[in-house]
Ligand binder design. Structure first.
Ligand code: NAI
Length: 726
């Protein structure tokens, strides 16, 4: 939105128009987003002094807070500033300072109106909460949220005080504890905004609204609560039930690992009936404590790593990328259909091709179902879903791929088939980038069939595509910069986080998972039960245990992958034999309802007791007395140390650029617990020397699959860590 504005260095400008309306404009130089840096907050504070005197002089009748960036309001506080906070006292002071500045806005003696067009997050939301009125555009990017819990903190610029007052405690709990943004239509229903305005006529409609406010034609209404809500919110016992239920929900969803939402509930509950000054102080104290917890440090680091991942290519390579305006997907199976849906969901025209009519129809149906589910989950509206659906077409004919800028193949995992498909795709298109979704074959081997191997790269999506945020972008030795940059850019445009990996077996994620899953098999074979093994890793924070994960992957697929890994890496990936035995017993995992777990109506109903009996046991870890404290510890160490060790091998072979990339990939690609910061951040906390020593002992007692990787041994010797610890 273009209000009149004056020059600004840190991104803030102020002007008064001829109707005596003041326009406070956020416009961070050289950036597509506005961020509330400490410098900007200082400037805002100074500007408020000026404003107060102009208001006192009668020069201003109303104040509008807006952004000059079309479709981007204020993205939040400066995450680096949060990372830089070194003590709880410092964090508490930073919070109190932000509160003080925003409360000055609240006290201005003219009506204040926030005009929100685009994402309004974190500190941005807290700013608008201190205005008298909020209007939002109906743009699809417009959303209002408080995502602080996702960084392990809570809103610290007055959000916990102002939000419940505006939308009621139940709604405030939902918004603050989920961290999820609220779209304009819901914000209107909640009373979070006063009007939703047309994006196309936003400036005009804002001016009209301001005129109505100044003319006294806008009524402020309190949140309208039903009888039940009033009972919950306005009575002591009701509130106890409400906060208790919130605690239960958090515990069920996130377990005990994340302190921030629990602390947020305490703050919200504690502030009920408090004077404003005390409530603000309570919030600042809690923010101070949370900002320096290891959980918050780890979450902030991962957030920064994921932001940085999109800019991982050197500029001279990134500049060579072409925009993909049309995409082809070959193979309409599980992966191909989901990749095509992802493209359509991101407004990219896409042709899905198969050789089999039935497979194609099933793939198109699957893609359509995913789009409908996304619409049902309100990721977009029904109308938007129909437009997106129209971008998706199916074909049995290569001619329909002719205009594609990039084609990704997701056909069966066989070298000869993939080579042929790639060559056919190359012949059908003119200069398209050719991507393979292979999970275990050599990208360079597949590229052998292409006339121009420089146009070939790997784009390795994870299953289920619509849920998994990570994509491995594989640069083969002959992959050219155009292909690499185009593929990388596409992955980002599809809303995924790309991680650049070398063309080595298993790339990064599957390679690190292999010894972890394998070790769970060895443990089972030694007599540790299915339940015990999985529980040890779930209580560590893994989203599911390794055996449950094998059920999901399917034993045929997992066994094939583990054999490939053993072929590539030899002894240290030698399969445990457990999957062979499971398959001899006609078990395939979840897909045939027979795995390590039992399934009823498609739902898992606990470990299958007959499985433990299939494995003899007896050779427990007694052989390593020094390390055999509790079975839980043994299980965790063996599985996770094996993963750390493999990460060291992979780093030594430059599979990825840095330990940071390993951490980000394992969190986004496997659900490694974010609060632990990633496998290597966790390894640092555990102690590199401890891990190296344990591996040596395991190696003696259990086999040389545990032999410490040279890099790990060197690091232990030199007392180094993988990551910068704070
Ligand atoms: P799928 O078996 O579900 O689908 C393969 C599809 O390719 C079938 O519809 C088949 O008719 C079609 N097809 C076979 N030959 C073809 C040809 N010459 N031209 C056009 N279509 C052809 O396989 P899925 O699971 O979707 O896997 C596809 C690829 O993705 C494989 O390379 C796999 O390794 C990889 N991948 C699979 C993951 C998974 O979890 N399923 C995860 C990541 C990658």
């Amino acid at each position: 939105m273009n209000g009149p504005k004056s020059e600004s260095t840190s991104g803030l400008a102020f002007d008064i128009d001829r109707d005596h309306v003041g326009w406070l404009t956020f416009d961070r130089p050289d950036s597509s987003a506005n961020v509330l840096t400490p410098a900007l907050m200082k400037e805002l504070d100074a500007l408020l002094s000026q404003l107060e005197s102009r208001i006192a002089n009668g020069q201003i009748l109303a104040l509008v807070v807006h952004s000059a960036k079309e479709g981007a309001f204020i993205a939040g506080a400066d995450v680096q500033a949060i990372a830089d906070l070194s003590t709880a006292a410092e964090a508490r002071a930073a919070s109190a300072e932000g509160q003080r500045v925003f409360r000055r806005i609240e006290r201005l003696r003219v009506p204040t109106i926030a005009a929100i067009d685009g994402a309004c997050m974190g500190g941005g939301t807290e700013l608008v909460l201190h205005c008298d009125y909020r209007v939002a555009s109906d743009r699809s990017a417009t959303a209002i949220g408080l995502p602080e819990v996702k960084l392990g903190i809570l809103p610290g610029f007055g959000g916990t005080v102002k939000l419940p007052a505006l939308v009621g405690m139940q709604n405030a709990l939902g918004i603050i504890l989920s961290g999820k943004p609220v779209r304009p239509s819901r914000a209107l229903r909640l009373g979070l905004v006063d009007r939703v305005l047309s994006t196309a006529r936003f400036t005009t409609e804002v001016r009209q609204f301001v005129g109505d406010v100044v003319g006294g034609r806008v009524e402020k209404s309190a949140p309208s609560l039903g009888f039940g809500e009033r009972l919950l919110e306005r009575t002591g016992p009701g509130r106890r039930i409400m906060f208790g239920a919130a605690r239960k929900r958090i515990s069920a969803e996130a377990g005990p690992f994340y302190p921030a939402p629990y602390r947020a509930i305490e703050v919200l509950a504690g502030a009920v009936g408090m004077k404003a000054d005390d409530a603000y102080a309570l919030e600042a104290a809690a923010l101070g404590e949370l900002a320096v917890t290891p959980e918050s440090r780890n979450l902030v680091r991962l957030f920064q790593l994921s932001q940085g991942a999109r800019k991982a290519l050197p500029e001279d390579v990134a500049n060579r990328g072409r925009r993909v305006g049309r995409m082809g997907v070959i193979g309409a199976g599980v992966m191909g259909a989901a990749i095509a849906e992802l493209a359509a969901a991101h407004d990219l025209p896409v042709v899905l091709k198969d050789i089999d009519r039935d497979a194609l129809d099933a793939g198109l149906r699957h893609a359509g179902d995913l789009l409908r589910k996304a619409a049902a989950a309100r990721l977009f509206s029904q109308e938007e879903a129909s437009l997106k659906f129209a971008l998706l077409s199916g074909s049995l004919d290569y001619a329909d791929l002719a205009d594609a800028d990039l084609v990704v193949e997701a056909v069966v995992e066989r070298m000869a088939v993939k080579q042929q498909v790639l060559r056919e795709a190359e012949d059908a298109t003119s200069g398209a980038v050719l991507a393979t979704n292979t999970s275990s074959l050599s990208v360079d081997g597949i590229a052998d069939s292409a006339r121009d191997p420089a146009s070939v790269l790997g784009i390795h999506f994870f299953n289920p595509v619509h849920k998994m945020p990570l994509v491995e972008v594989v640069a083969g030795p002959r992959t050219g910069p155009e292909a690499l940059a185009t593929g990388f850019g596409l992955v980002t445009a599809l809303g995924k986080t790309p991680i650049l990996v070398a063309d080595k077996p298993g790339f990064l994620v599957n390679r690190l998972l292999a010894p972890y899953l394998n070790e769970a098999g060895f443990l089972l074979d030694e007599g540790y039960g299915v339940g015990a093994i999985d529980e040890a890793l779930v209580s560590f924070g893994m989203p599911m245990g390794p055996l449950r994960l094998l059920d999901e992957i399917g034993f045929d697929v997992a066994r094939h992958a583990s054999r490939e890994m053993a072929n590539a890496f030899g002894d240290r990936m030698r399969p445990s034999g457990v999957l062979d035995r499971m398959m001899e017993d006609a078990r395939l995992g979840r897909k045939n309802g027979l795995g390590f777990y039992r399934y009823k109506d498609g739902r898992e109903v606990g470990p299958d007791p007959s499985v433990d009996g299939m494995f003899s046991g007896g050779a427990r870890l007694a052989a390593v007395p020094a390390l055999s404290d509790s079975p839980d510890d043994v299980i965790r160490r063996r599985c996770l140390y094996a993963m750390v060790n493999e990460a060291s091998h992979a780093l030594d072979e430059s599979v990825v650029e840095s330990p940071d990339a390993v951490d980000l990939a394992m969190v986004l690609g496997t659900g490694f617990p974010p609060f632990r910061g990633g496998i290597l951040r966790w390894a640092d906390a555990e102690g590199i020397q401890t891990i190296a020593d344990a591996l040596s002992q395991y190696s003696e007692a259990l086999g040389n699959r545990f032999a410490p990787a040279p890099l790990l041994a060197r690091m232990a010797e030199q007392n180094r860590t993988f990551t910068h610890t704070t």
